[in-house]
Design a protein around this ligand. Structure first.
Ligand code: ARG
Length: 610
């Protein structure tokens, strides 16, 4: 359904068109001065150029913005006469809710005026707002339209490396990527989330040669063993050049398909993946595909042949590369290396071959990479090579949705107190412990059995971790502060869970008393909550457009806060006026439904009670 701001935009756009000005000038948005008006349109200010053109065609003097704004308002007045409302909102003048459906659109605007040099301020009538809310509440998608065209979106996130511990960039990538998958899915795209494992790089050769060194090649290793073997191998390679050469050689042999090496790698990869799956399950992050760099190996040789034939793959200093410099580049753009001079392949080679594979298997409309922003040059090179080589056509979008670093209190990438990489499972365990303590302090979930309490503590911990990450614009760095993020106060996941649970229990209580939500009646005390509830479609569209879940976080937080004010100001269950009580219950129900939906899009699960 059309959002409220869009409906107003249509009306105002028509008014601009009637003045021979572009419809786009009629864009109406929520006012940034809610004390002055609910909505605003700044089109008259932006009309200058079009007006000059129009006036010169007609041989007239151009109108100034204020005059244009006045004509727009006049036109709106003519088509949708202003119906000022009784601001007192006293019971006697309250409109009859049964007459709520608007027969004509005579009752759209409660206020239309002009501020300053030509800003148009608009308020809608409470009846119009109530009717719009009814539409949202009756819609199972809560007013958010589905994208109609069939299109597949491939999302590349997670990206942990076999045998290596996951670090914070993998955590961020997983949390953001999984949320984007949910957002794209809700929009109506067919989504494919691919974990794109690092299973082809030097660490494979390091582990293999370490196993060889220990006389363990051919034996099965456990996860615990692997957790000791990889760091030992990596350390040995750093300290000893000969060991490093051995590892490099082993990597090449493995990549070239040496059967013993392949077999060993397959075994420890399986062990490693099993551990990852446990972590991702605990985190509530889902992948549709468990492909990796290795999966595209078979595509490399034919792809390189093709690029050679087309003249794009060229020799350079013994290596085979694709030049990706473009005119107008203002930064250095090194070529993408396909084969190193020793014949080995690079990270870029496997990413390019993976694009071949993805295009062939899914013909996606979009491919989105949720990867550390520090890899932006890499993706720029890969994307350019993909376009140049005709691997990805122009009508398939390829986007690097990069993100900043999660820092520790020292401003450097987050590490444990011992200075090591924090393991995801330790992070989750720590979160769950803290969540348990917080619940006890707040006297929440204390009357439940141990199992349920543990489940709630887990949900609170995951909500805390995910929300703390997602609420930042993804490109920004942020500081990891577990005590702050797990608090029930402030802009946190636990606060939002608590609010959602509270509304739910209120609705349950109402149900038990036989009270049901009814038609909306908008009044002074709930008008700003009512208005906010109309914003979801626009917020969602913004989050989808920019791959920016933080917009949904902001919305959820505003919703929770607005609900708190409403709750403090209004009687709900104890309201004696039946129509008012039913309307307030409807507001509670809609707030709860939106909050639950938004949290779900962020990958956050709301417990039934707390
Ligand atoms: N494994 C990589 C890393 O740890 C991330 C993979 C990202 N995805 C990709 N298609 N390159 O940095």
């Amino acid at each position: 359904m059309t959002s409220l701001a869009e409906k107003l935009t249509e009306m105002t756009g028509a008014a601009f068109a009637a003045l021979d000005l572009p419809v786009e000038l009629g864009r109406v948005a929520l006012s940034d001065r809610p004390d002055l008006a609910q909505f605003q349109c700044n089109g008259a200010m932006a009309a200058k150029q079009s007006e000059a053109l129009f006036a010169s065609k007609k041989g007239q003097k151009p109108r100034n913005p204020r005059e244009i704004a006045q004509s727009v308002v006049d036109h709106l007045q003519k088509c949708h006469p202003e119906t000022p409302q009784d601001v007192e909102g006293s019971k006697d003048t309250r409109p009859d809710p049964s007459a709520q459906a608007l027969q004509d659109d005579g009752g759209v605007f409660a206020k239309l005026d002009i501020a300053g040099p030509g800003f148009i301020n608009l308020d809608v009538t409470d009846d119009y707002l109530a009717a719009h809310l009814s539409g949202i509440a009756a819609d199972e998608r809560l007013g958010v339209d589905k994208i109609v065209k069939e299109e597949t979106v491939v999302l590349d996130y997670g990206g942990p490396n076999i045998a290596k511990p996951m670090h914070v960039a993998h955590l961020r990538s997983s949390v953001i990527g999984d949320s984007l998958r949910r957002i794209c899915g809700f929009a109506g795209y067919k989504t494919i989330g691919d974990v794109h494992l690092g299973d082809w790089g030097l660490q494979m050769g390091q582990v293999i040669s370490e196993l060889e060194e220990r006389g363990m090649l051919g034996q099965s290793v456990t996860l615990e063993q692997l957790e000791e073997i990889y760091p030992a191998a990596s350390k040995a390679c750093k300290e000893d050049e000969a060991r490093m050469e051995k590892a490099q050689l082993a990597t090449r042999k493995f990549q070239d398909g040496d059967p013993a090496y392949q077999k060993a790698a397959q075994q420890f990869a399986e062990v490693s993946i099993e551990g990852m799956k446990k972590n991702f399950d605990a985190l509530g992050v889902h992948f549709d595909l468990w492909e990796g760099e290795a999966s595209a190996h078979g595509r490399i040789a034919p792809m390189v042949e093709d690029l050679k034939t087309k003249g794009f793959a060229i020799e350079s200093e013994g290596a085979l590369v694709v030049e990706v410099e473009e005119e107008g580049d203002n930064k250095e753009m090194p070529p993408l290396i396909l084969y190193k001079s020793d014949g080995g392949v690079m990270y870029g080679t496997t990413d390019l071959a993976t694009l071949v594979e993805r295009m062939e298997s899914y013909t996606p409309g979009k491919i989105i990479y949720v990867v550390d922003q520090r890899q932006s040059l890499h993706f720029e090179q890969v994307f350019r090579a993909a376009r140049k080589g005709g691997i990805v056509p122009e009508n398939t979008e390829i986007t690097h949705a990069g993100f900043g670093t999660m820092n520790g209190p020292d401003g450097k990438p987050f590490k444990t107190r011992e200075g090591g990489v924090m393991k995801l499972e330790d992070l989750i365990t720590m979160g769950v412990e803290k969540a348990g303590a917080r619940l006890e302090e707040a006297d929440l979930a204390q009357d439940m059995d141990e199992g349920e309490r543990a489940d709630i503590a887990h949900k609170v911990a995951i909500a805390a971790l995910k929300f703390a990450d997602l609420q930042n614009n993804r490109i920004a760095d942020y500081m990891f502060d577990i005590d702050r993020m797990i608090s029930f106060e402030g802009k946190t996941g636990p606060y939002l869970l608590y609010q959602a649970v509270r509304i739910n229990s209120l609705l349950r209580k109402a149900g038990a008393q036989g009270l049901k939500p009814g038609d909306f009646v908008v009044e002074d005390a709930d008008r700003s909550l009512a208005l906010l509830l109309t914003e979801l479609p626009d917020v969602f569209a913004g989050a989808l457009r920019g791959y920016t879940p933080h917009l949904l976080c902001d919305y959820a937080y505003r919703l929770a806060q607005e609900f708190s004010s409403f709750y403090a100001a209004c009687h709900i269950l104890s309201e004696e006026d039946e129509a008012l009580r039913a309307s307030r219950l409807a507001l509670c129900a809609l707030t709860h439904a939106q909050l639950t939906l938004v949290l779900d899009l962020l990958g956050i699960k709301v417990p039934e009670r707390m």
